[in-house]
Ligand binder design. Structure first.
Ligand SMILES: *[C@@H]1O[C@H](CO)[C@@H](O)[C@H](O)[C@H]1NC(C)=O
Ligand SMILES: *[C@@H]1O[C@H](CO)[C@@H](O)[C@H](O)[C@H]1NC(C)=O
Ligand SMILES: *[C@@H]1O[C@H](CO)[C@@H](O)[C@H](O)[C@H]1NC(C)=O
Ligand SMILES: *[C@@H]1O[C@H](CO)[C@@H](O)[C@H](O)[C@H]1NC(C)=O
Length: 583
């Protein structure tokens, strides 16, 4: 065997050279890496954008500059968010002070001082049904998304943006689950929803997101409702409460009340792909179907249409402001006196999807205000996180009162940011008992009146309903009996109205009205929540009559939702709700 033998001194010299070469290589790699980082920001568009973002004052909600117009704040904020996504979000070359400054300006609602001072106290508190309570950790679920497998410690990287940390180090990639936003007032509905999810055999984990306003006793009640009397037909749920109050800047935390609470739920839930449910939403199918839907696979979101209302429309000032924002941000240019058809063609070229074009057209040209029903929304946060942040910006902007609550900001943010989006193709429907049937030689004529807004699938099956499953969701029997002629002519006492209002609904059919011919009609019943819709064979509308098997299945869900629960406020009182099977 040949071996090369060097004297010891030579060996030392060679070793030294080797070390120097290695050192040189390492330094060069580092310089190369730094250069790469530099080229990332030594790029004029980003340099200017960063300088702009650093100077933002961090106002909340936003208002236009004193010299500006309503809506200018929206354009500025949404452009800022585009710059944020392009130049800050995954830029690893910004130091933590700079990042903090930019985040304070763009997301003043985050409690960043706490994050930098005492990180562990910043993270949300997760409470699980089995009594585990953690802060600074996030739950992890098995790859199929159903099984809780343990906690992982949150590792916040101060050299990365907040939202990139959120996506990379906090949210579990691919995770799925149900998210409900609830305060004390929604707890009873929430309890009923949990029972329906059990009845449907739901296996997805559930997070209820709140701002520290749910007492331990209230949480305990919901845990009990989610686990008691478990069987294979009525499985216990993996239910969590998520208190996000520590993440919110105390100065602005209260602005996230009622509808706005939902943004906290969608953004801070740990799931990448949350299915967001209102507490008074009732699903009639397994929620897994939405993950498989074509809509979700192609756009990363599932949106449903609202009742189309042609009477409640944007006023002229609102419409012109909205147009200005819309055309500024989408880069669609119109010429003076452009015809409606030509506007539609431009929308088509910009939004490839027919439903999206129709929705945008109804808003921009017709001034309609009701497009989306957000009682059930699925959204992929990896794809849409910045759009959700844009939705939040819109909700807290100078145009926040243009639309009702939160619902339209989901899709409007996507439209304004030029993202592809679409809606479930079926229009919103009215569901309940078919009434006033008059058949003549011209065919059938139906009226259906109810509080419940429903969504049916292409095949006519019921997907979900909003508004609870009793006749009237409001306790308005006394005032309705006094003030509503139709009600006082139908019932001979307040008590009779109460019984009727609290009775479970019967699901026989749904009517999707043709709103251009026969719009939704408000009757004044149930504190103005009841709407009637009409269908006439071959002339207007669409009627969907459920078959016997569907009716039976739906009746069971109505029964489960209405079955007695111990009142959340007062454990000694039991809500007496009659069982529809006994009627
Ligand atoms: C600057 O960076 C942005 C984002 O990476 C990129 O879109 C743009 O094309 C770059 N501009 C130049 C001049 O390189
Ligand atoms: C959009 O609005 C911004 C801010 O008001 C303005 O500077 C810009 O010129 C507008 N762009 C277009 C295309 O109208
Ligand atoms: C646009 O319409 C107005 C009012 O009808 C008219 O006065 C104006 O001349 C039109 N402009 C063009 C460019 O056609
Ligand atoms: C465009 O449509 C709107 C709403 O339907 C209507 O009020 C307006 O007159 C139409 N404009 C033209 C130029 O046809």
């Amino acid at each position: 065997m040949a071996s090369i033998h060097f004297p010891r001194r030579r060996k030392n010299i060679l070793g030294g050279i080797f070390v120097v070469v290695c050192l040189y290589w390492v330094l060069q790699q580092q310089a190369l890496f730094k250069d790469q980082l530099k080229t990332k920001i030594v790029n004029n568009s980003c340099l200017q954008a960063l300088a702009r973002l650093e100077k933002r004052p961090g106002r909340w909600p936003t208002v236009p500059e004193p010299s500006g117009r309503i809506g200018d704040d929206v354009i500025e904020k949404l452009l800022d968010l585009r710059d944020y996504e392009k130049c800050v979000m995954s830029n690893a070359a910004l130091d933590s002070e700079r990042l903090k400054l930019i985040h304070k300006g763009l997301f003043p609602y985050l409690n960043l001082d706490l994050l930098y001072e005492d990180e562990k106290k910043f993270w949300p508190v997760h409470s699980r049904w089995d009594g585990q309570v953690v802060q600074g950790f996030t739950p992890r679920f098995s790859d199929d998304g159903y099984k809780f497998i343990g906690f992982s410690k949150i590792k916040y990287d101060q050299g990365l943006s907040f939202w990139e940390n959120w996506l990379r180090n906090i949210m579990q990639p691919g995770s799925r689950g149900i998210v409900i936003s609830a305060g004390t007032r929604q707890l009873e509905d929430c309890a009923r929803l949990v029972k329906v999810l059990r009845h449907l055999g739901n296996k997805l984990p559930i997070e209820i997101v709140h701002r520290g306003d749910l007492s331990l006793e209230e949480q305990r009640r919901i845990f009990q409702i989610s686990t008691e009397e478990a069987s294979s037909d009525f499985p216990a749920q993996d239910l969590w409460f998520l208190d996000v109050s520590s993440m919110l800047n105390p100065v602005y935390a209260d602005s996230f009340k009622s509808f706005s609470n939902k943004w906290l739920a969608v953004v801070f839930s740990t799931f990448q792909n949350p299915i967001l449910l209102d507490a008074d939403t009732i699903p009639f199918t397994s929620l897994d179907i939405y993950y498989k839907s074509h809509q979700f696979q192609t756009t990363g979101a599932v949106f449903f249409k609202d009742r189309r209302v042609n009477s409640d429309i944007l006023d002229n000032d609102q419409l012109s402001t909205l147009k200005r924002i819309f055309f500024n941000l989408t880069g669609i240019t119109l010429v003076e006196n452009e015809s409606n058809e030509s506007v539609r063609d431009k929308l088509k070229a910009s939004f490839k999807d027919d439903i999206a074009v129709e929705i945008v057209y109804n808003m921009i040209v017709k001034g309609e205000k009701h497009h989306m029903e957000s009682g059930l929304v699925l959204i992929d946060k990896r794809q849409h996180l910045v759009n959700i942040l844009a939705s939040i910006a819109l909700q807290f902007s100078s145009i926040s009162d243009y639309f009702h609550g939160d619902k339209e900001w989901f899709w409007i943010a996507q439209a304004l940011q030029g993202q592809p989006f679409t809606f479930h193709p079926k229009g919103a429907s009215n569901v309940g008992k078919l009434g006033s049937v008059i058949s003549d030689e011209k065919g059938e004529f139906y009226q259906l009146c109810s509080v419940q807004l429903s969504h049916t699938d292409i095949d006519g099956s019921l997907l979900w309903v909003n508004g609870g499953l009793r006749t009237c969701k409001k306790d308005s029997w006394a005032s309705d009996y006094r003030n509503n002629k139709r009600i006082s002519s139908m019932f001979d006492s307040e008590e009779a109205v109460r019984k009727y209002y609290q009775s479970p609904i019967q699901l026989e059919a749904a009517i999707i009205p043709d709103t251009d011919i026969k719009p939704w009609i408000m009757t004044g019943e149930c504190a103005m929540f009841t709407y009637c819709t009409l269908y006439k064979e071959g002339e207007f509308g669409e009627v969907i009559k459920f078959n016997q098997a569907q009716k039976n299945a739906y009746r069971e869900i109505v029964r489960v939702w209405n079955s007695a629960i111990h009142s959340i406020e007062d454990p000694s009182s039991v809500l007496e709700i009659s069982d529809p099977r006994a009627q």
